[in-house]
Design a protein around this ligand. Structure first.
Ligand code: FMN
Length: 156
């Protein structure tokens, strides 16, 4: 079922970054979308047990880093281990948004957001963000489209 839904509802692959004080972190997310035209707003769905969940809730900001087609290894790096007791940014080239959130240098684009609202949706929480900054970094690259088999093998 999950694999079929991801085929029927194509999405990009994002690293959601957040900061609380000196602690920075990022996690991979495929469930992200624009949800308002004016004002521009986006949403990302994050499970409560993710370390990133608490960082966004406490700091009130998040940044969606859209990956490029060459970003599968980055998505695996940020998507299969928690940053709770591990620095996922060690060895990963990054800069920052104007608000100070991490931007992955190899990302295709980023959208920096201020948290506007959040509500539970089944076993995840939808974080809605007002867009503060949106930058396409690599105009020559194509965005990575989520494909189940790139990350989770054949059966789902
Ligand atoms: C391709 C891919 C897509 C993912 N999409 C989501 C998602 O949309 N929401 C979510 O909560 N977790 C998603 N995950 C799982 C988190 O990225 C993973 O649990 C991560 O280790 C959490 O990191 P953290 O504990 O440092 O926040 C995805 C993982 C992968 C590999």
């Amino acid at each position: 079922m999950q694999e079929r839904i991801s085929k029927a509802l194509p999405s990009g692959v994002y690293i959601v970054t957040a900061r609380n004080g000196e602690k920075i972190n990022g996690m991979t997310a495929a469930w992200a979308s624009q949800v308002s035209f004016n004002p521009p707003m986006v949403a990302v769905s994050i499970a409560q047990q993710r370390f990133t969940y608490g960082l966004i809730k406490e700091s009130g900001r998040f940044c969606l880093n859209a990956l490029a087609e060459d970003g599968i290894d980055l998505a695996k790096h940020f998507g299969f281990k928690s940053g709770r007791s591990f620095d996922k940014f060690k060895g990963i080239d990054h800069t920052t948004t104007m608000s100070g959130l991490p931007v992955i240098t190899k990302a295709y684009a980023y959208i920096d957001c201020e948290l506007a609202s959040m509500f539970d949706t089944g076993d995840h929480t939808l974080f809605i963000g007002s867009v503060s900054e949106c930058v396409v970094i690599r105009h020559d690259a194509a965005p990575l489209i989520f494909a189940w088999h790139d990350f989770f093998g054949k059966k789902a």
